[in-house]
Each structure stands twice: as C-alpha cells, then as structure tokens.
Design a protein around this ligand. Structure first.
Ligand code: GLN
Length: 481
C-alpha cells in the first residue's frame, strides 16, 4: 500500500522500526497532491515543498540519533484555514482576510508542532465557516474525492477531502453546527467534535462563540484518539476551555462491558433518506447482536434545533464579524469618500453573499425590541434541548443517529436554496447547542458509491466512552464489510 494511503498508527509503526522515513511519507503525500489536488481542490495554501522536506528531514535525523520524538512523529497534518498559523496565511476563505498572515499560532497549532506534527497546508472552507458544502468559499469549490461532481460537505470540506484523497494523514477542522461531522460523513472519514471547552479555541477565528469547537478528521477512530490526545486540555488563553485533566484516550479505546444505546425516535422521521436510514439501522443491529442494549428514547424539542441554532449562530456571527471594518487589519476598499463610505464599501465587497445574509439576520435578531423574541428565546430552547439530553442520558450511555439526512449532493444542487441547506443540519447542530461530544464514523455506501456516516453522541467530557463505542462499532462494521 502507498504510504499516503496508510493511517497514522500504521505509519507510526513503520517509523518506529525505521522501515520508512518522514521524508518518504512526505514524498508519498506530494505524489497524491500532484495527482488529486487539481480536481479535488482541498487546499487554499500548501506550504513550500522544500521547507516541508527540511522539516521532515530534521525529524528523521533526530530519530536516527534516538532523540525523543513527539507522538505525531512527523506526520503531515492539514489545518482548516480559519485557524491561525504564524507566518502562514489564514484567510477563512474570505476576500476580507485574503492577505492576512497571523503573527501568532493558535494554541492547538503550538501543541501539534510540539508533538512533531508537520503542518502541510491550510484547507478550504465555506467563508468564515458559514455553510454546509464548501461551495461558499471566496476562492474555490472543493470537490468530493469519491465523485468530483458532488460536494464534500462543509464547512470543513477541505479538511475532510484532504484526508479522504490521501493528501495528508490527518486534519484539524472546526465544528460550530456540524462542520466536521457532516463533511466527514460525506467524504467517508472519521470526524470528532469534542465537548465544548475540551480543546482550546485560542486562535480559531470566531464564528458563533458559544458553539464553536475545534476537532479532528482522521482515517479511523484510533487516529482520532491520537490527535485528540495532542490538542485537548485547558488553556489560560481561552477562558471557555475546561480545567479537567486529559485522559489517555489511546489507552482507553477498548470497550469495557455492554452499552445501552439510545435511538431518538424524532431523528428517524420524514426527510431522512432511505439509504442513510438503512445504513444507520444496520449499525444499530450490529450493536444489538454484539450484546448491547438498544432502547428508544425521545428528544422532544428536536424540531426547534435548526431555528435555535441559526438564530444563535447568526447573532453571534454578526457581533464577531463586526471587527472586519477595514481599519485594523484585512481588506480595505479603496476610492472611498469618507470613513462611513470606507466601512460600507469594505464590508459590502469584502464579504460574500452568505456571510452578509447571516450578518443581516444576526443583527436583526440582536436588535432592540427583537432580542427577547429571538436570541433570548433561542437560548431558552437550547436549555430545553440540553434537558432532553440530560433525561435521555439517565436511560442510555450513547445516542446513535444519522449525521445528515442525506449523503453528498451534487455541486450546485442546493447552492441557491439556503433554507434547504440549513435543514440538512438537523442532526448535527444539536451537539453544538448542548456542548456534547459527537463523532461521525463511516458506516456504508449509497448505491451511487457515496459514503454514509453514523453519529454517536455521549455525555459531556466522556470522550473516552464515545471513542471506545465508536471503535467497537468500527470493528463490527469491518467484519461485515
Ligand atoms: N452548516 C452550519 C452553518 O452553516 C455549520 C457550520 C459550522 O459548523 N461551521 O452554520
């Protein structure tokens, strides 16, 4: 098998016995980039090849001298382009930040570098992480590596496509309302949104601050545990990060005992594609045959999740994006008459249509007289949904559901219908509204050979249980594949 097609653990084993070098892995990744990137368009920016080879060589030399190497072992990792990387452009796929080069690294970037991961480049997204298909990037449309007529999902479409197309070994994405899990399911890779606060967001460009979370995209659950191990933990630079010790996720992967798995009846309703439903039901019966107890549960406030999410996310976005005014940094319109004209022209031409739509929606829902009716009400709905989950977790350990109602759709199919696109987020926004950890695991294929994912969710900070359940399910799926 080509090195680029292997997962992180397979490569780590070969590196440990010195059967392969980081340089060889890097070169195999570049072979794949040369072959696939033109069609897939996963990256906005790939770092200088020579620099990357020098970094790989340095790690190889340290290994020869038997120096300590960090647990990422020189593996090439891609980063979503809304996470700040010192001296590497960070654009958020927006004209507004087209030429922005951050003067600092996000905390997770520092951690990846300390663990000897090699940052290979920055991946494409919907502008400012607003979208579900990676069609709303100001620069390019990323394609689904399994069929380039289809979207890769979004907004971490570039991250998931880069892993699925073997143009890196693992990736970092962000998830405000499903942006890691939904593209992971569309691209047939594993995507984790950790518990809100489990991973520092210092250096993640803010979208909806009460929802945003950084997470992982990998080729399997074991690699998810490895990458989460590196990025998890409290950070004095992020006041929302949780001061709880980080368990050894890699050592806790095997499942002890049997689970009670909850199936929310509201999730298997109208609008769910039959092939997706069958694939998820197959996972449920595999778990049942494996001796786990499967029960029906209820999340009664499910119908309010999408509106509550879009009101919350847009409100927070309208505030977070106020900083792009052409004054401090980023794009500034030229030929302007006065300060107000400069603001208007900068924001009018620097943001794309979807971002402007959300800023307008969010400004409205936060405005005097409407705040109570919209933002506050959405906050109350969030509490009700969180209570639904608290009740459900009195009965079960894990909740199983689809990630999205359909598999990947054709490029352009929903681009002009924002509402249809928003409704596709029904199963994924809930984990952000509640802060709970959730993972998308590949679980099947449609008849037109597009991947399908299944979602597992558990209690806050119980990533060890989430990962061990996902690991078990992955093994069960492999036995029937
Ligand atoms: N599709 C959702 C949105 O457009 C999720 C985005 C995300 O998670 N960044 O808001």
């Amino acid at each position: 098998m080509k090195l680029s097609h292997m997962n992180a653990h397979e490569l780590k084993a070969l590196l440990a016995t010195k059967e392969v070098s980081c340089k060889e892995i890097m070169s195999s990744i570049f072979d794949e980039i040369d072959k696939r990137e033109y069609d897939v368009a996963a990256y906005i920016h790939i770092r200088d090849k020579k620099e990357l080879f020098t970094e790989a060589e340095k790690i190889d030399n340290r290994r020869l001298k038997a120096d300590n190497i960090g647990i990422l072992d020189g593996l090439p990792i891609s980063i979503k382009d809304n996470i700040c990387t010192k001296a590497i452009p960070t654009t958020c796929a927006s004209k507004m930040l087209e030429n922005f080069v951050p003067p600092y690294d996000a905390t997770i970037i520092k951690k990846i570098r300390q663990a000897d991961g090699i940052i290979i480049g920055k991946t494409n997204l919907d502008e400012f992480a607003m979208g579900s298909s990676t069609e709303h990037s100001a620069f390019k449309i990323t394609k689904n590596p399994h069929n380039t007529d289809y979207v890769p999902g979004g907004t971490s479409g570039g991250a998931c496509a880069s892993v699925a197309a073997n143009e890196c070994i693992m990736a970092i994405g962000s998830d405000t309302g499903g942006s890691i899990r939904q593209p992971a399911s569309f691209c047939g890779v594993t995507g984790l949104k950790p518990t809100y606060g489990r991973v520092s967001r210092f250096g993640l460009v803010a979208y909806g601050s009460s929802l945003d979370q950084i997470g992982t995209v990998t080729k399997n659950v074991k690699d998810t545990a490895l990458l989460l191990q590196v990025i998890a933990g409290v950070d004095s630079l992020d006041a929302t990060s949780v001061d709880e010790s980080v368990p050894n996720y890699c050592d806790l992967l095997s499942l002890n005992g049997k689970l009670t798995v909850g199936i929310p009846k509201e999730f298997f309703a109208e609008g769910l594609d039959h092939e997706v439903e069958n694939a998820v039901k197959n996972c449920i019966s595999l778990l049942e045959k494996d001796g786990h107890n499967v029960i029906e549960i209820s999340i009664p406030h499910t119908p309010y999740a999408v509106p509550a999410y879009y009101i919350t996310a847009c409100s927070e976005a309208s505030s977070n994006l106020a900083r792009y005014d052409g004054v401090k940094y980023g794009y500034r319109a030229t030929d302007t008459k006065n300060l107000m004209d400069m603001y208007l022209k900068t924001r009018g031409s620097g943001f794309g249509a979807e971002v402007k739509r959300r800023i307008m929606l969010g400004t409205y829902t936060l405005s005097a007289g409407y705040y109570d009716a919209f933002y506050l009400k959405a906050a109350k709905v969030r509490t009700l949904i969180a209570q639904d989950f608290a009740k459900a977790f009195e009965l079960c350990d894990i909740i199983i559901s689809p990630v999205a109602p359909t598999a990947a759709y054709k490029i352009g199919e929903k681009a002009d219908d924002p509402l249809a696109m928003y409704l596709g987020d029904i199963y994924s926004v809930i984990a952000n509204l509640t802060g709970l950890p959730a993972i998308s695991v590949p679980c099947g294929w449609t008849t037109s050979r597009l991947p399908i994912g299944v979602q597992l969710t558990t209690r806050a900070l119980n990533e060890p249980l989430l990962l061990s359940a996902a690991y078990r399910l992955e093994q069960l799926l492999a036995t029937v594949a």
